[in-house]
Write a protein that binds this ligand. Structure first.
Ligand SMILES: Cc1ncc(COP(=O)(O)O)c(C=O)c1O
Length: 463
């Protein structure tokens, strides 16, 4: 930013502190520290108002899959807006960009899962709200209106609205608010921190069996659906063990519980496949997605329904009763145009394959570089999703005995050296844009390894 803008920058900082609320910020700290104002971005780098350049090692919030500065997306949106910026898709109104995007996403979803019909929302939370609502409608239309409960797993993040927020099972989000009692918690496949203190494979997939036990405990006749992330994201990049999804699938079939896959982070290439579900033979009834579909250039999410689920609503709804659901901005044409241009880039540049190869390379470099570090217990992940699990050496306790303070120190150190990394509970998480090159992965790995070396065991650092 030019020197002449400096006064404006001070003013902006004051105005931010005076009027803008930041998600997941502590207001009293923010009023002291002020914002980090982003003024530009190109590729994997962001430019900050104070002139610094930093690598966006988390792709914003796991969403900027094609990286920053893609003006062709802006051009596509502008072109759509000049034609028709917006019109609702309620009743029988439609727009070409929404129709074409629906067809395209159906083509990208694995064909054998028979996901044939889409409703676009504005993000992941409202996609999951839609998924729950559809699940309950379908259960009711199939003659089981008392099936209303939704199961989700500890460490899950499914959004922050009432129902999606109640499916989110990270206690920090619920410190001051209550959960909807229709949402029931089950175990997660978090092998490193197994709820049952067992190890795979001798555990017999106790975490999956817990789902069956909870369904039986609640009464199968009361359970509508189970929602799961293929790879848990905000909970700490948790990749399920082999066989987990096979068992989950069997349990859902046995008890007639609909399976919702939340592909909000894992969709559109993040895991090295177009969708996370492609890593396993899992057949969801409903899929939710968001984030990577537009790489964040405009807000968009959505749900995909199987032919079977769609047909239930079409064929079994009472005549004269429409599908009573939709948001003002469902199927937004400008957001759909952004998604089309974003998908063009992902396809043209082979970014799904790149997420796999560069992600593997980044994890290998980190695993090697941190192998002898006293607090690094595990480097894990899949595709362009990485977690470095930190523990008090030889235990599973937080480093220094203080929950989550060590990963935050690493993240701060990384930022001071030009990389945005994120502290996720006892992990340091990375999820760079899918366009990251091997050279850029080296820069990221070097910065993280240096941060761990500098912070050491954490014993002498202030938090
Ligand atoms: C797996 C998952 N589902 C749902 C959401 C909610 O999406 P949004 O923030 O767009 O409402 C998120 C957000 O991080 C997510 O990670």
């Amino acid at each position: 930013m030019a020197r002449s803008d400096a006064i404006d920058l001070d003013r902006l900082i004051e105005l931010d502190k005076a009027h803008l609320i930041h998600p997941v910020s502590e207001f009293r700290k923010h009023e002291v520290k002020g914002p980090r104002i982003v003024v530009g971005g190109q590729g994997i780098e962001l430019e900050l108002a104070d002139g610094r350049r930093v690598i966006d090692g988390l792709s914003g919030l796991f969403n900027i899959n094609v990286g920053h500065g893609r003006s062709e997306i802006a051009d596509a949106v502008a072109e759509q807006m000049r034609k028709v910026a917006y019109y609702p898709s309620f009743w029988d109104f439609s727009t070409e960009s929404a129709i074409r995007l629906a067809e395209r996403v159906v083509g990208l979803l694995p064909a054998d899962r028979e996901l044939s019909h889409l409703l676009f929302t504005t993000g992941g939370s409202d996609a999951n709200e839609a998924a729950f609502r559809v699940a309950r409608m379908v259960q009711a239309l199939r003659g089981r209106p008392e099936r209303t409960k939704i199961l989700s797993r500890r460490h899950a993040f499914h959004g922050i609205t009432r129902a999606a927020g109640s499916a989110t099972r990270l206690p920090a989000y619920h410190a001051l608010t209550s959960l909807d009692p229709a949402h029931i918690e089950t175990a997660a496949p978090y092998c490193f921190r197994c709820d049952f203190d067992k190890s795979f494979p001798s555990c017999g997939l106790a975490c999956a069996e817990d789902v069956a036990e909870i369904i039986v405990r609640e009464g199968p006749e009361t359970v509508a659906a189970l929602i799961v992330e293929p790879v848990m994201g905000t909970g700490g990049i948790i990749v399920p063990p082999e066989g987990y999804f096979d068992r989950l699938q069997e349990i859902c079939r046995e008890y007639d519980v609909l399976l919702i896959l939340d592909e909000v982070i894992t969709g559109f290439g993040r895991t090295g496949r177009w969708f996370g579900m492609e890593h396993w033979d899992v057949r969801p009834d409903i899929v939710s997605f968001a984030k990577g579909i537009t790489s964040g250039y405009l807000p968009l999410g959505g749900i995909a329904l199987t032919e079977d689920v769609y047909a239930t609503i079409r064929d079994d709804s009472p005549r004269g009763l429409p599908f009573m659901f939709g948001f003002t901005y469902s199927n937004h044409p400008a957001s759909c145009a952004a998604a089309m241009a974003n998908l063009d880039i992902i396809e043209r540049e082979g970014l799904v394959d790149n997420a796999r190869t560069t992600g593997n390379y980044l994890r290998e470099r980190l695993a090697k570089g941190l192998a002898s570090h006293p607090v690094v217990a595990e480097v894990r992940g899949i595709g362009m999703l990485v977690a470095i699990e930190c523990t008090q050496p030889g235990t599973k306790q937080p480093v220094g005995g203080k929950p989550s303070s060590y990963p935050a120190k690493i993240a701060r150190h990384c930022f001071d050296n030009g990389l945005i990394a994120r502290a996720l509970w006892e992990c340091v998480a990375l999820a760079p844009p899918l366009c990251t090159t091997l050279e850029e992965a080296d820069r990221i790995a070097d910065c993280v390894i240096a941060a761990f070396a500098e912070v050491g065991s954490g014993a002498t650092q202030s938090s």
